[in-house]
Design a protein around this ligand. Structure first.
Ligand SMILES: Cc1cc2nc3c(=O)[nH]c(=O)nc-3n(C[C@H](O)[C@H](O)[C@H](O)COP(=O)(O)OP(=O)(O)OC[C@H]3O[C@@H](n4cnc5c(N)ncnc54)[C@H](O)[C@@H]3O)c2cc1C
Length: 390
């Protein structure tokens, strides 16, 4: 079977790996001209995520490039510590720069899978027997299946399911990540490895730490700007944080020299458990994205594992495989479904900031961490690779 995967982020190369292993012919089309670096560090939590990475043969490579997983200290204008968010909460069992992870997954598949960079799908026609695909640059081709792993603003979802506004819900805040974290060297002394965060009502700035060199978050209605336009993103941050004080003037001066900037809204994808339609399926953020909820990357690799495994189990019968995938992920993806990191990280009021700081030091926070760990493992992971060998 010929399978087209749209997107070479995290879900796309993970799908390509498994599809190839099960004997499907996979092609990955990526809009960017090359593998996209950047983004903050992402993390994997619990044995389910680690098992999937291990079965893909990348766990050791991921561990070898892990970050130092730093704590984040929330401080006042004068630098006095108010609360601490532990690195275990934000960095899970293993934390790695998103760009490093994308590179590991790509390297694992590049020899066996056709990658087409610098192109994108413009039209999909599902005839029932196959899908005819038109591209912006390349010749039209037909595939047996098309899988959308093209992120929260998925083109495949738009073409096969409908407009983004029907599925992607803006949660009232934006976030911006700039520059790769410097804390990728685990030999650095732990006590130096700390990020600092400062809030004013509706705003958060993070200076250093293992997630990124800088991070910003702010309340805002939907903004009109081109997402790929780094200069526009920089201007938005400069304007929004011009009056923050604290480290912000120095951070904005550094931002002026930085080209590795990623700005997007904090949004939730709500597909109501229907991630497949006809011969098209969605995986990763395109299907169950929830910005900064802490599970996006784990969900992407688990979703790819389940979808490819179900296709192999059903010997390519996509109707049976898609139904099983929808059923499994409908339940598992709920872990990312309902939370919104925005109000926690950037409360709208001074009272909200004080309450969050209190919460971070309370037993409730420990309970929340435990719940997150439990939810990340709440799936009966089928050993698809061994089923195939049998
Ligand atoms: C550059 C970048 C930075 C990120 N930074 C963060 C971050 O700081 N914090 C965070 O929580 N999440 C971030 N994310 C999202 C995070 O990677 C995902 O939540 C998660 O890892 C799930 O991965 P995914 O493969 O589903 O989506 P993504 O990692 O978003 O990958 C989607 C891929 O599809 C490609 N693509 C998009 N549209 C098209 C199209 N029309 N045709 C072909 N290809 C297309 C994209 O270029 C990208 O390579 C970032 C994503 C990217 C691409």
């Amino acid at each position: 079977m010929r399978v087209l995967v749209s997107g070479a982020g995290i879900a796309g190369p993970s799908l390509a790996y498994w599809l190839h292993r099960y004997g499907f012919e996979a092609t990955v089309v990526e809009r960017a001209p090359a593998l996209r670096p950047g983004g903050q560090a992402v993390d994997f939590k619990g044995r389910t995520h680690l098992t999937v990475l291990e079965r893909m043969g990348v766990l050791d490579a991921v561990r070898a490039r892990r970050t130092g997983t730093t704590d984040l200290a929330f401080v006042d204008e004068a630098g006095r510590e108010l609360a601490v968010m532990s690195g275990e909460f934000s960095g899970g069992d293993v934390e790695i720069l998103r760009g490093d992870l994308a590179e590991i997954l790509y390297d694992r598949t590049a020899d066996a899978v056709e990658y087409v960079f610098g192109d994108t799908i413009t039209a999909l026609t599902d005839t029932g027997d196959e899908v005819r695909v038109e591209f912006e640059r390349g010749q039209a081709r037909t595939f047996d299946l098309v899988l959308g792993a093209d992120g929260i603003h998925s083109r495949v979802r738009k073409l096969a399911f409908g407009p983004e506004a029907d599925f992607v819900h803006h949660l009232g805040r934006y976030y911006c990540v700039a520059g790769a974290s410097r804390w990728t060297d685990t030999s650095l002394p732990r006590e130096r490895a700390r990020g600092f965060a400062h809030n004013t009502p509706g705003k958060l700035a993070v200076d250093g730490g293992s997630k990124a060199q800088q991070m910003y978050m702010f309340t805002s209605p939907p903004l009109d700007y081109a997402r790929e336009d780094t200069a526009a993103a920089r201007r938005i941050i400069e304007t929004t944080f011009a009056d923050m004080g604290w480290h912000a003037p120095r951070m904005l001066a550094e931002l002026a020299e930085c080209d590795d900037i990623y700005l997007d809204s904090i949004s939730q994808v709500r597909m109501h458990g229907e991630y497949t339609r006809g011969r098209v399926a969605l995986v990763g953020d395109s299907a169950y994205g929830n910005t900064l909820a802490g599970f996006g990357t784990g969900l992407a690799v688990v979703g790819a594992y389940v979808l490819a495994g179900e296709l192999a189990t059903a010997a390519g019968d996509h109707v049976a495989a898609f139904a099983a995938y929808d059923r499994v992920m409908r339940r598992y993806a709920k872990i990312a479904g309902n939370s919104n990191a925005g109000p926690f990280l950037a409360p709208k009021t001074a009272a909200g900031i004080r309450a969050r700081n209190w919460f971070l030091g309370s037993r409730l926070f420990t309970l929340m961490m435990k719940y997150g760990d439990k939810a990340a493992n709440d799936i009966d992971l089928v050993d698809y690779p061994s089923l195939i060998r049998a």
